[in-house]
Structures are given as C-alpha cells and as structure tokens.
Design a protein around this ligand. Sequence first.
Ligand code: ADP
Length: 490
Amino acid sequence: MVGRKLFINGEFVDSNEGATFESINPANGEVIARVAEAREEDIDRAVQAARKAFEEGPWPKMSATDRGRLLRRIADLVLERRKELARLETMDVGKPLRDSSKVDLPLVVDCFQYFAGMADKVMGETIPVPGKFLDFTLREPVGVVGQIIPWNYPLLMAAWKMAPALAAGCTVVLKPAEQTPITALELAKICQEAEVPPGVVNVCPGFGEPAGAALASHPHVDKVAFTGSTAVGKLIMEMGAKNLKRVSLELGGKSPNIVLDDADLDEAVPGSLFAIFLNSGQVCAAGSRLFVHEKIYDSFMDRFLVGAKKIKIGDPLDRETQLGPLVSAEQLEKVEIYIQIGQEEGAKLVLGGKRPDHPALAKGFYFEPTVFVDVDYRMRIAQEEIFGPVVVVIRFSDEEELIRMANSTIYGLAAGIWTTNVKRALNLAKAIKAGNIWINTYNMIPNQAPFGGFKESGVGREMSRHVMDLYTEVKNVMVYLGKGGVRWFS
Ligand code: ADP
C-alpha cells in the first residue's frame, strides 16, 4: 500500500495532526492507499503558501506567456504518464479503463493545452467614453482560489479547475474528494516536476468537514470554485459570504433526454444509452430522465432495453468492461434506496434494480443498468438526482406538455434532443431551461465550449473563454488626455 502526503508550498508533507484516511478500490473493497488527511491547520498552511506565492515571489512577476509555457509542460508530462494515470484513476473511482484511457486522460491533456494557449490571450478592452478620456480595462487574477471537486472525474475535474486558474495568474488550493484523492496528488507531483513555483499549486485531500469547509470559509481565500452536490453548493455559498468570496458552482442535474417521434433511432438509441450509463450514471449532466414520444415508444424502448442488457459489467481494469462499480458502498446504498422509492411510488422496474449476481463481482460496489417505466414526472425518482445507472422513462405526446415536464425540476444543467427536424430541435433548445443542450448527441463537453447550469444546477460557466471571468477581476482605468479637467471646486 502506498502512502500519500499533502502537497503544500511545493513539498509533500504530513498533515499537522498526523491524520490519515484510506482510499478504497471500489472494484474489490481493498485499500489502495493511506492518504494524509488535511484538517483546518493544514488548509490554513496551504492558503498562506498560496497567498505568499500570489503576492510575492516569482508568480506575480511571471509573464502570462511563461505561465502558458508551464501549463504546456504540465500537459506534456500528463501525456507521458497517461497510461499509469488512467490505471490509477480506474483503481480509485472504479470507472472502466476504457473510459479513463480514452475519455478522461485525453481530455485532461487537452484541457492543459487549451488553457496554456489561453494564458496570454486574456485581454481587457478599450471603451469609447464621452469626453477627452482614454478608458480601458485590465483583467487581473482574482487571487487565491479554493477549489473543491467531486469523485466522478477526479483528474479531469482537477484539470478543469487548476488549468484556467493558473492561466489567469491565480494561485490554487485544491481539495479532491475523499473517495478519490490519488490522481490529484499525482498531478501535484507533475506540477513539482514542471517547476511550478512553490505555493502556486497546493493539493490537500480531506473530508468535506473539516477540510472543504475550512477552505470555503477561509478569510484569505478570494474565490471558491466548487463542483459537487446542490446541497453542499448552497453551504459553500453561505460560507463564502463571510468575506464575500467570488463563488462559482457546478452542481447537480436531472437532465431530460428527449426522443421525438421523427428521431433517427439508429442514433437515438445508442446515444441515449451513452447519456445515462456513461460512468455508471455518475455524471452531473447524465440524461437521467428519458422522455420518449408515444408514437415511437415501443420501437425505441425495445431497442433501448436490448442495448442496456448488452452492457458488459465487470472488472474496470479489463479492457472489455463497459460498466464498472459505483464509487463507494455509500453511493451503492443511496442508489438501492432510490430503487425502493421508485417501486413504492408505482413506477415499473423493467431492467436491473439490483447488484449483479456474478460471484466475481460480489466484493465490489456494482449495480446493474436500471430502467424504470410508467414514471410520472412528479415522482421523487424523476425529480431527485440519483447519480447511478438508473434512468426513468416518461412517455409524452404533446410538445407543450413535454416542455413543461422537462422544465419542472429544481435543476437546469443539460438536455438532449433527438430529432431529424431542425426547427423542432431549435425551438425545444430555446424552450428548455438548461446551460447545455445537445442535439442528436450527448455528454459532449469540449474545452472550447462553456459548461454550467441554470437554476439550482449552478452559478457561472466553466471551460471556454467564459471561465476566465471566474478567475479574473475587471479593473477599469480612466485617463484624462485633455487640459483643464476637473474644476468642480475652483
Ligand atoms: P457527492 O454527494 O457527489 O459526494 P458532495 O457535494 O458531497 O458530492 O462532495 C463534493 C465535494 O464537496 C467533495 O470534495 C466533498 O469532500 C466536498 N464537501 C462535502 N461537504 C462539504 C462541506 N460541508 N464543505 C465543503 N466541502 C464539502
């Protein structure tokens, strides 16, 4: 078993109180690492290091172009180690190696490369104000940033948070999720190797309480960026209010995935399977409410169920595996409770709803692809985020009614629309209250496009140039170019 330490001020260190916790492999319940656990004093040490690195030392003097070079070096090192990192990710989260090697790692590399290019393209504007003035804006880094991330895409979420913040010139204290601390610490190692100056990046694994809360409420953190549940997002906003931190939140979802009667089922069926079962449904944007038009309901559902039955569950390190275990015993229990709730509410379970029987999988937190039909949109299983391989199917015929149902949750993260009619697609895209709409595709999140939620799915947009708004302050500079300017009191 490997011991892992906190990364503070450019060094790997023990936690102040010597506290540690175990990281578990969800495929077999085995401990894969003992990890130093950050508590309040450790978070404080990390924030102080980040503050010092932001105010003094090489970071504030480094040009944006050089920061870009550093990010490119990080991208290169991740690329070099992608195989090892993909394996570690799979062992820590349980996602199939196919996912971590073909989806997560390439996206992590792309993310650092994209923001390497962005670093020296963050610009202000010149503004034509009236009078003899020159007016322009500067974009300055917001300062010390606290970043709290979830366990579903541990390394990718670390990249999404760290890369734009560093490009902007901020310094970072990142707290990975307690279930999945390993690859973020590997990323810290890569930052060390890339010669990121001490204190600029700090990685402090620990629990929501006390580590996350200490970070979100620390008076010397200027901004907090959080990805996780809506319930915790609300707490983060409250904690941030103490010193009016800038707060950005990427939270939960219950996204509608809509199949219209003119959809091409050859695309809509596999696309809808991907929408919900990718990463065992542990995706904030998962298409977990499947709306199917009654005219094609039977033919679509027949094919959807055949496809869902074929998904290969197994050891995530096996290249053939398409669905791994859930991340933890707690998550498995949460999903099982929702199966019971769904049945009590009167929904009909037509697939899954249980752990697989195979003895080889008995020690892992596996759960079968699960489909509920005859679902009313007001049921709890259609309103609450389950974060597992569970889809609820709702039949519809009228498009106005569909829009009303699709918009009837507290969430507004994403939506999918499957149709061959461009007008219907675009009218629906406009009517649905969500930050990300996918037409004839799903779960596509390129670096170049903004991502984030309406309503209780979040605040702010990550990725693309929009994310730079989250990590910069706008400073307006006004210069008088005339003669005899202000004569108010003379
Ligand atoms: P999930 O239910 O998916 O685990 P959470 O919102 O609980 O999502 O967790 C996401 C991240 O938020 C994790 O890093 C977790 O440690 C952190 N977290 C949980 N509770 C708190 C809290 N009270 N304050 C700050 N961070 C928290």
